[in-house]
Design a protein around this ligand. Structure first.
Ligand SMILES: C[S@@+](CC[C@H](N)C(=O)[O-])C[C@H]1O[C@@H](n2cnc3c(N)ncnc32)[C@H](O)[C@@H]1O
Length: 270
């Protein structure tokens, strides 16, 4: 197998040098999984397991099917980014190391003293990035019990138990008990967050606040997001204006994961 072929194989590393890492690989047609695994392990001696992607993310928990093609059955790792640690097992929870800069961007927007709600919190990367960067209090809601357990452990691991509060449950059931409490809401579920816009708006304080909304689609995705927020805000006599936009990544050549930031106020915003 030529070295040239291997350089084009996409893979992610989750974990760290200290605790070992898991490599998540896509094996192109015609290549042998064990050759690919051997090559990745040779390049990164701290890789203890290699997982091959076996399909797209699926279900409410957004987990991808994998097969273990080399190394240890124990795929739990401690990932490190921007000075915080995240314990997780990529086989049982959603996690993408590629979104570290996106999380950090959100953390930098938060102002000291804010109350922040992270919906769809996973193992806690947004909540922990925010709490590490700012003097903010963060509530995170997550449906997957395994992800919530890691989220709780990660809060302790990063010594921020006094300002991050993980809750296991469905955003639709948990959020109404928290209405009117937050300066900012983060909605990192690109393919489903739009269903929860009414909950996010009502979670804001009575003077309004900021919502970071993740969505997906083609060129019209930004306009559709704006339309949904304006329509929902109007239902309670509020206004919504977009203040930021970013293409986070691409799913296919013309379909993107995007983020739109909204300022939501109890008045009409022009
Ligand atoms: C795209 S992942 C993002 C996870 C995390 N924020 C991150 O960036 O790593 C979406 C997460 O939302 C959770 N989820 C899906 N539907 C949910 C719901 N109705 N209420 C709470 N969490 C939900 C999934 O289990 C999954 O962990």
């Amino acid at each position: 197998m030529s070295r040239k072929k291997f350089t084009r194989i996409p893979y992610d590393l989750v974990g760290s040098r200290e605790t070992g890492a898991v490599a998540v690989v896509e094996v192109p047609e015609g290549l042998s999984p064990s050759d690919v695994a051997r090559n990745v392990m040779k390049r990164h001696p701290h890789v203890k397991s290699v997982l091959k992607k076996e399909g797209a993310r699926e279900g409410d928990f957004r987990i991808r099917p994998f097969s273990l093609i080399a190394g240890s059955e124990d795929t739990e790792v401690i990932h490190k980014e921007y000075g915080y640690k995240l314990k997780l097992d990529p086989r049982y929870v959603y996690f993408s190391p590629r979104e570290a800069t996106e999380r950090q961007f959100i953390a930098e927007q938060v102002k000291d003293g804010e109350f922040v709600l992270v919906m769809f919190a996973g193992v806690g990367p947004y909540a922990i990035a925010i709490a590490k960067a700012k003097k903010a209090e963060v509530v995170g809601i997550e449906l997957n019990p395994i992800a919530t357990r890691y989220f709780q452990e990660n809060v302790l691991l990063n010594k921020i138990g006094y300002k991050v509060f993980p809750i296991e449950g469905d955003v639709a059931f948990v959020t109404p008990a928290l209405y009117g409490h937050f300066d900012r809401v983060v909605m990192p579920l690109p393919k489903g967050a739009y269903l929860f816009i009414p909950y996010a708006i009502r979670a804001l304080k009575k003077e309004g606040g900021v919502i970071h909304f993740y969505y997906w689609g083609g060129q019209d995705a930004f306009r559709r997001a704006e339309g949904m927020f304006q329509a929902e805000a109007m239902k309670i006599g509020w206004g919504a204006a977009s203040t930021g936009f970013r293409i986070v990544s691409s799913y296919s050549p013309r379909i993107y994961k995007i983020r739109v930031d909204f300022l939501i106020k109890p008045t009409d915003i022009k």
